[in-house]
Design a protein around this ligand. Structure first.
Ligand SMILES: [Cu+2]
Length: 202
């Protein structure tokens, strides 16, 4: 009996290490994608995502502020090995309009891998399913919690990918709602997914 108890204790001590090997905890600090502040109406989206991976089950806890209130915001995990897999810097503004568009940012952070929708499909096919993305509250805050299944090859690369939030109402007449696909897809915040320390595991 005493021997079994000792084994159980040893297993409990070893478990956190095993969890790291099989997946583990990740996080991403979401910072504004650098736009010209006149061009984007002073968008300043910041946030944080905790990601817990167990096999191919990924639990995402995300909170972001500064989003266009009462509007849906597309959120994705982006990246591929062929892309640079970094958040875009001001040099990504190829056409010089002061905004880094979806197309201009793609070479930096790569294509959509996971769509952080609130229900249903989470593949790249749902990348623009705005009716299933979280809607910012009246204060521009999005809180998101969901566990999704991701492709196995992606689960192995999670620590090389990015979380990107999209959508801002530009100061162009109707500056309180997303009136075009350009506005709905404009990347507003990006964060590198990094492996968390053991303290973040749960
Ligand atoms: Cu995206």
């Amino acid at each position: 009996m005493r021997k079994r108890l000792a084994l159980l204790t040893a297993a409990a001590v070893l478990l956190p290490t095993a969890a790291v090997a099989a997946g583990g905890g990740f996080h991403a600090d979401l910072d504004p994608v650098p736009h010209d502040h006149v061009a984007d109406g002073g968008s300043d989206v910041q946030g944080h995502a905790d990601l817990a991976l167990r096999g191919t089950r990924l639990t995402i806890d995300l909170r972001a502020t500064g989003l266009t209130p009462n509007e849906p915001h597309a959120m994705h995990i982006h990246g591929e090995l062929a892309a640079l897999n970094e958040c875009p810097d001001p040099s990504a503004d190829a056409d010089g309009d002061g905004l880094i568009s979806l197309q201009e940012a793609a070479p930096d952070y790569g294509p959509i891998d996971v769509s952080l929708t609130t229900s249903g499909d989470t593949s790249a096919a749902s990348g623009l399913a705005l009716e299933r993305f979280p809607v910012a509250d009246a204060h521009g805050v999005v809180e998101y919690h969901r566990t999704v299944t991701i492709p196995k090859d992606l689960s192995k690369k999670l620590g090389e990918l990015h979380v990107v939030l999209h959508g801002t109402a530009l100061p162009d007449g109707d500056d309180t709602s997303l009136t075009s696909l350009f506005e709905a897809t404009l990347p507003v915040a990006c964060g590198t997914i990094d492996r968390s320390g053991g303290a973040h595991l749960r």
